[in-house]
Design a protein around this ligand. Structure first.
Ligand SMILES: Nc1ncnc2c1ncn2[C@@H]1O[C@H](COP(=O)(O)OP(=O)(O)O)[C@@H](O)[C@H]1O
Ligand SMILES: [Mg+2]
Length: 592
């Protein structure tokens, strides 16, 4: 399961939103309210208000609607601390007569809440008087982060410690492209967070810049197959990219030719050093390029037959001489979703291309994905294989130290922080992404605590939070039947039943299905669903021997009960279940 890696950010942020709303309510209004009643700004505010009352009322309404909107565009600024306190202050300020800055109001209608809180500084000379002090307390502590972006998955580091060997292997294979031949196809394997994407992007940037330096036509196209997950989309994206590139090349040549034509008109000697022996020849070439340019047709997102998309891509790539490396990241997702046709088509292209050469670099999180490939595709794609092993705790520590230097203020981290993040992530199959998430989340928790430094405790809390976020995400996306089975287990546990067996789960499950009018599966299927929940780490099911009574499963919940129950009940189909609780409870009171 690696569904958590892409969603991590959003879940973290939304979680933070909920967290903060509870925790910060108590302290913020007091500081904000206290400042809000300060005499000077109020006086300023009131006079400004009176001067432009009619306009101002409208502005403040618009602003008010905006600030209660939960879906502010930038997740970074919707941190609960800001949003929540912003609306609190705004309300208080509104009623005391301070108005919104009507000069900027029109433009700001869809801007974030933060802008709305920057109230009425039009008439105020001194910028210190303009604010109500809302953020002063929050800013008062030493900042923890110097550049938080460096810890995000989207950031591509310039140095990748402990991946030198893999990067050199890739380079040794791909250097062929700079000599004008097609490199072997490469298959890269490794679990999530082992640096595959980061290394591949690093290598592709190097390859392209070197090709520019030596003026060898070599291009790299990166496609993330988790997003672009059908043959149509992959080919369409490639076709359109190469059409754009061809157009750029043509435009450049046209510019040169038109200039040459001008000069040749005035002085035919201008043609001396060129391949053209007359102005007419130049004009022919211009005409031809213009025709070519006309003939390119971008592939629409849907609607064409696949072979037309393929031939459009083929023609676009073969338009001029070059070596093309196509990086297909998360290639296992593509094969899982749409089979290996894309890979088959791409891997046999070279035998038909006249001017260009294509080579494929596939990146997979799933070590066994080639089992699903046609043998021809498998042998062609896996000409070279590079494995990315998991990082151990020491390597993770190095990686974190490099990043932390840029991400955090000088002395923001106490000594234990990085080793602990590294240790936790090493347990999580050596996942550098997890290590960085932990470090960033720990920093954010410290920031919220308004302490000056991040300590071990923040890391432990971050670990719990990330784990909980993962559980919430997994539970939320379970199919309804699995949710019902899980809910049955939760009901049994919360009624004090331990060592739950499958029969007990099935009984409660059946009742639940009746209650909310859902088809009931067989006990056998429910047993399967329990095994799936076990594999997802949501329940723990151990087979125990009951001597001559045979063997049975003993099931227990391995996730926090209250949070999990809340997630289940947030599903509209399950939300009615709450009412059945007393019924189930009596049932077990009787049985025990
Ligand atoms: N050796 C390394 N040095 C620095 N950062 C790394 C290293 N390996 C991975 N990372 C970082 O860890 C995160 C996950 O790496 P990524 O390349 O996306 O892993 P994968 O593609 O194998 O799942 C990214 O933020 C990446 O920058
Ligand atoms: Mg990746």
């Amino acid at each position: 399961m690696n569904g958590d890696d892409t969603d991590q950010d959003t879940t973290l942020d939304s979680q933070r939103f909920v967290d903060g709303a509870d925790g910060d309510d108590e302290q913020l209004p007091s500081s904000a309210g206290g400042e809000g009643t300060r005499p000077e700004p109020d006086a300023d505010g009131e006079s400004a208000d009176r001067e432009e009352s009619a306009d101002g009322t409208e502005e403040s309404t618009a602003g008010g609607e905006e600030s209660t909107d939960d879906e502010s565009p930038d997740p970074e600024t919707t941190d609960a601390v800001d949003t929540d306190s912003a609306s609190t202050v705004r309300d208080g300020v509104d009623s005391s007569g301070v108005d919104f800055d009507s000069a900027s109001g029109d433009d700001d209608v869809d801007s974030s809440v933060l802008d709305d809180v920057m109230l009425d500084d039009v008439g105020s000379e001194d910028p210190e008087e303009a604010s109500q002090g809302l953020f002063d307390d929050l800013l008062a502590g030493d900042p923890i982060f110097e550049n938080k972006e460096v810890l995000r998955p989207s950031y591509t580091p310039r140095k990748l410690p402990h991946r030198e060997e893999q990067i050199n292997n890739m380079a040794t294979i791909l250097v062929t492209a700079l000599r004008g031949d097609s490199p072997s196809n490469i298959l890269i394997y490794g679990k999530t967070g082992t640096g595959k994407t980061a290394s591949a992007k690093f290598v592709s940037t190097e390859l392209e810049s070197t090709s520019q330096k030596y003026e060898v036509p070599c291009e790299v196209e990166y496609i993330n197959c988790e997003v672009t997950d059908t043959q149509y989309r992959v080919l369409a994206q490639l076709a359109n990219k190469f059409i754009e590139k061809n157009e750029a090349v043509i435009d450049e040549e046209l510019d040169d030719l038109e200039e040459l034509r001008e000069r040749a008109h005035e002085d035919p000697a201008a043609l001396a050093e060129t391949e053209y022996d007359s102005v007419a020849a130049v004009e022919d070439r211009i005409e031809q390029l213009e025709d070519d340019r006309e003939s390119f047709e971008q592939v629409p997102m849907t609607g064409w037959p696949t072979d037309r998309v393929y031939s459009t891509f083929f023609d676009a790539v073969d338009y001029h001489e070059r070596v093309v490396v196509i990086m297909l990241d998360e290639i296992d997702k593509l094969v899982e979703k749409s089979g290996d046709d894309t890979l088959y088509n791409l891997s046999r292209m070279n035998s038909e291309l006249e001017r260009s050469r294509v080579s494929i670099m596939g990146i997979s999180n799933d070590l066994k994905f080639t089992d699903f490939l046609d043998p021809r595709v498998k042998s062609s794609l896996g000409e070279e294989e590079i494995v990315f092993p998991p990082y151990d705790a020491n390597q993770l520590r190095d990686i974190l130290e490099h990043r932390a230097e840029v991400a955090f203020e000088g002395d923001a981290l106490t000594d234990d922080v990085i080793p602990l993040c590294a240790a936790f992530a090493a347990q999580e199959h050596g996942d550098a992404r997890r290590a960085l998430d932990l470090l960033r989340t720990a920093g954010e928790l410290a920031e919220r605590d308004q302490t000056d430094d991040v300590d071990e405790d923040h890391v432990r809390k971050a670990q719990e939070k990330i784990e909980l976020d993962r559980v919430v995400e997994v539970v939320r996306t379970l199919p309804t039947q699995s949710k019902l089975v899980l809910f049955a287990i939760i009901m049994l546990e919360s009624n004090g039943v331990h060592n739950i067996n499958t029969g007990e789960v099935y009984n409660v499950y059946q009742r639940l299905c009746e209650e909310i009018d859902v088809d009931t599966l067989t006990q056998r299927r429910v047993t399967d669903l329990i095994s799936e929940l076990d594999m997802l780490g949501i329940v723990n099911a151990v087979v125990v021997s009951k001597g001559r009574y045979g063997r049975t499963k003993e099931i227990s919940l391995s996730v926090p009960i209250d949070e999990t129950e809340a997630v289940l009940l947030s599903d509209s189909r399950l939300s009615d279940i709450e009412d059945t609780q007393p019924f189930v409870q009596t049932r077990f009171d009787n049985e025990n």
